[in-house]
Design a protein around this ligand. Structure first.
Ligand code: LLP
Length: 416
């Protein structure tokens, strides 16, 4: 459920006509719904009420500080993968004690900053990283709470680029290596092994892979207990999928119940890292049709929104629903919706049946709240889009549109 609906013949974001936002802030424009974000967070978080848990929103999905603040105010923690994401989380007022840090390539300055912030948990992904965290913590006179990320070798049945828990993926350690890593951690003076972590992939539309991974991790947890390790936290990562088109992912409640049942009586506190399921359907990308053309083989709708704004269709062949902001009742055509970028891979939709939009029409690309703006770039020297947050009848700009001056400033002032 989301709050982008048609009323009085035009698309609204909550109570605000999207047309008005486009004329006030220009296009391409990301529009988010606060009510949807709150609702999604609540639905997810309350699915785990039966078990001690912390829902750490995955910052990478949408890193806007204002969104992070909204979620933090609801009690969310944050899952980060870089010093930059930690900077954002702290700027949004998230206490270090609600931050967990994953990623295969944590660097010294990032580890130091995370130790400084006294984060809840480092999810270490290699023995070298564990040694590095231990050394830096020692230099700083601190102790780092760590977990080891397990690669459970489970197929999440999603796009290969976003599968992370299979044997050949770069993430985590297999059970044998992880066991050795925990034994090492037990003996290192400046790390305290308190967690166990896994994240098997993103946009999962069935529960089975989650539960298979969880069962393997719980078995492994018992082996750790036999080694005398007192693990208190189990981090199950993120990955719950959303509906872009025809997908029917499990409801968070179903996910929560299945996981909670398996954790009962184990004395483990659960950490979850949802990103897409919170932000995905809480945002749309609004563009305007610049031109249309029909070649002998295809119809093209050329919009001012492109792969630099939303790369998912180009990178993962992802489906995003596209519709007119003000439906005009035109006959349907089959068209590619493309942007101005000089690559044939620049498209938002291919061979899509759509109303025959015309020059100047506004279009909305749905389900663009996660991995939309956060993956955007300046390719072809296109300034990045503005972002607007709607809450009921009010709307405010939460990131201004980049200017041409912004594009060249770091180059013109490179020596400063
Ligand atoms: N935790 C870890 C360690 C992760 O690597 C990820 C996502 C998440 C949590 C959040 O997963 P989510 O709940 O959002 O599925 N750019 C891709 C998705 C990449 C996901 C990377 N890791 C896309 O646009 O589909």
């Amino acid at each position: 459920m989301h709050h982008f609906q048609y009323r009085n013949g035009e698309l609204h974001a909550e109570d605000v006509p999207v047309r008005e936002l486009a004329s006030r802030y220009g296009t391409p424009l990301y529009v988010y719904s606060a009510a949807t974000l709150r609702r999604h967070f609540q639905a997810f978080d309350s699915a785990f009420t039966g078990v001690g848990h912390l829902t750490c929103y995955s910052v990478k999905a949408n890193s806007n500080v204002h969104l992070l603040r909204l979620l933090a105010e609801m009690g969310a923690g944050m899952d980060i993968v870089s010093g930059g994401e930690m900077h954002r989380a702290l700027a949004a007022g998230v206490p270090g004690q609600r931050i967990v840090y994953s990623g295969v390539g944590k660097q010294d300055d990032e580890i130091r900053a995370a130790l400084e912030a006294d984060i809840l948990l480092f999810n270490a992904e290699s023995v070298q990283e564990l040694e590095r965290i231990n050394a830096l913590a020692g230099q700083m006179g601190r102790t780092a709470r760590i977990g080891v990320r397990i690669n459970p070798d489970v197929d999440p049945k999603t796009h290969p680029y976003i599968s992370t828990g299979m044997r050949n993926n770069k993430f985590g350690l297999d059970m044998e290596q992880a066991r050795a890593a925990y034994l090492l951690a037990r003996d290192l003076p400046n790390v305290q092994p308190v967690g166990i972590d896994c994240h098997i992939g993103s946009q999962l539309t069935t529960l089975a892979p989650f539960l298979e991974a969880l069962d393997r991790v719980l078995d492994f947890h018992e082996r750790l207990r036999d080694l005398g390790l007192a693990i208190t936290h189990l981090d199950l990562g993120g990955g719950l999928g959303i509906t872009y088109g025809e997908e029917t992912p499990p409801h968070p409640k179903e996910f929560g119940e299945a996981v909670s049942e398996r954790l009962r009586g184990r004395g483990l506190s659960l950490i979850l890292e949802p990103g897409r399921v919170i932000a995905g359907n809480a945002g749309i990308l609004v563009g305007r049709v610049i031109y249309t053309k029909s070649t002998p083989s295809k119809n093209f709708i050329i919009a001012d929104a492109a792969m630099n704004d939303l790369v998912r269709p180009s990178l993962y062949q992802s489906y995003h629903r596209i519709a007119e902001v003000q439906p005009a009742g035109r006959d349907e055509i089959t068209a590619d919706v493309v942007g101005p970028i000089c690559e044939s891979g620049d498209f938002l939709a291919r061979d899509r049946i759509l109303p025959g939009m015309q020059q100047g029409d506004l279009l909305a690309v749905f389900s663009a709240g996660a991995y939309g703006f956060s993956m955007s770039s300046n390719y072809n020297s296109r300034p990045r889009a503005a972002e607007v947050l709607v809450d009921g009848a009010s709307a405010r700009c939460i990131r201004k549109r980049e200017t041409l001056a912004d594009l060249v400033a770091p180059e013109l002032h490179a020596e400063e």
